[in-house]
Write a protein that binds this ligand. Structure first.
Ligand SMILES: Nc1nc2c(ncn2[C@@H]2O[C@H](COP(=O)(O)OP(=O)(O)OP(=O)(O)O)[C@@H](O)[C@H]2O)c(=O)[nH]1
Ligand SMILES: [Mg+2]
Length: 330
């Protein structure tokens, strides 16, 4: 599936620095004692949750992450410098799952902004020969190498897909809408079921983080019972906070179209049909102006009037969306 809410990365922590063998050399002291320092600890790879990111999109372009190695110990009992940790920012809501031949292990859930999760621990530095000084051995001439850092394949999963779900019958213009509001470029065509999987787009919001919108395809009559593509995607609708219900105003009975979708949402679950919703009639550019009052009269609450293709009414639509998001957050 083509969701951008999953990413695979490889993480490798730094190797510990080697311990060293060294002896003190001092004036007037013929045979100085052991003085080889320990190696520094390798850097760890750490995930950090941030509200700056909404998707795992960035990981399509970089997928290998290595933290720095620790440095070798030095003479005069000097411990080598620690390798720097590598901090990878991920959106809040990201789950980190380690994938091994034996299966999968959930390493953790990054929920709160600033939360950290060590996904690969840096290797321990090796002990220098100074550490092995004892009464039995006054001049140990061995030291230990640093240990390798942990390494693993990680799957990142972002459960919180989108805050705003765009629902509506096939061909309503959902993909067109997300394409004019965000940088997403889904396929658009004048036949139903053009979109086969939900498209995500980040829609900029003034003075705030962008908001992830999802174009939820394939909802038709019977979707809640598994007809069409829609059933699988209703669970994504479940996770959104508000819905934009888009209706093609050029079809014969827009109100019937609205009710079809409402019935499917209701049949899937209480949660969906009671989700706050903005109703928008689309393709107003293709409707005869004299028809508009008649169209609107069918709806108990007047819907917003937009044209995604002609980019009309979008400001009002976004304005209502931000207000509704604020209201549900309060
Ligand atoms: N005249 C007009 N046509 C529009 C508008 N918005 C979308 N369309 C057209 O309607 C058709 C369907 O648009 P899509 O964006 O693919 O619709 P969709 O809801 O994503 O459809 P599916 O992916 O098939 O469910 C395309 O031919 C669009 O060009 C609009 O505002 N005005
Ligand atoms: Mg589409």
């Amino acid at each position: 599936m083509q969701f951008v809410d999953q990413a695979r990365i490889h993480v490798r922590a730094g190797k510990g620095g080697d311990g060293v063998v060294a002896f003190r050399r001092e004036k007037y002291v013929p045979a100085g004692g052991p003085a080889g320092g320990n190696g520094g600890q390798g850097g760890s790879v750490i995930l950090e949750a941030t509200t700056d990111l909404q998707t795992l999109l960035d990981f399509r372009f970089s997928s290998h992450f290595h933290a720095a190695d620790g440095e070798r110990g030095g003479p005069k009992n000097m411990t080598g410098a620690q390798g720097k940790d590598l901090v990878i920012k991920v959106p809040c809501g990201t789950m980190a799952i380690a994938e091994t031949e034996d299966g999968e292990t959930l390493l953790g859930d990054l929920v709160e902004p600033g939360q950290h999760l060590v996904v690969a621990k840096g290797g321990k530095g090796g002990l220098g020969n100074r550490h092995f000084l004892s009464n039995q051995n006054r001049a140990p001439n061995y030291a230990l190498p640093g240990l390798p850092g942990e390494e693993c394949d990680l799957r990142l999963e972002l459960k919180l897909l989108a805050e705003v779900g765009i629902v509506g019958l096939p061909n309503a213009g959902k993909s067109t809408l997300i394409s004019v509001l965000s940088a997403a470029r889904p396929k658009i065509a004048d036949y139903p079921f053009t979109t086969l999987v939900p498209n995500l787009g980040v829609v900029p919001r003034p003075d705030r983080d962008g908001v992830v919108f999802a174009d939820i395809p394939g909802l038709i009559e019977g979707a809640s019972f598994g007809v069409g593509l829609g059933h699988e995607f209703l669970r994504h609708v479940e996770r959104t906070r508000v819905l934009i219900h888009l209706i093609d105003a050029t079809q014969e009975d827009p109100w019937a179209a609205y009710q079809t979708i409402q019935r499917e949402l209701a049949a899937y679950g209480e949660l969906l049909v009671h989700k706050p919703q903005i109703v928008a009639l689309n393709k107003l550019d293709a409707v005869d102006e004299s028809q508009i009052p008649h169209l609107m009269a069918a709806f108990p609450q007047p819907p917003l009037l937009i044209s995604a293709a002609a980019r009309q009414g979008l400001e009002a639509l976004l304005h209502s969306t931000w207000a509704l998001l604020e209201a549900v957050a309060a």
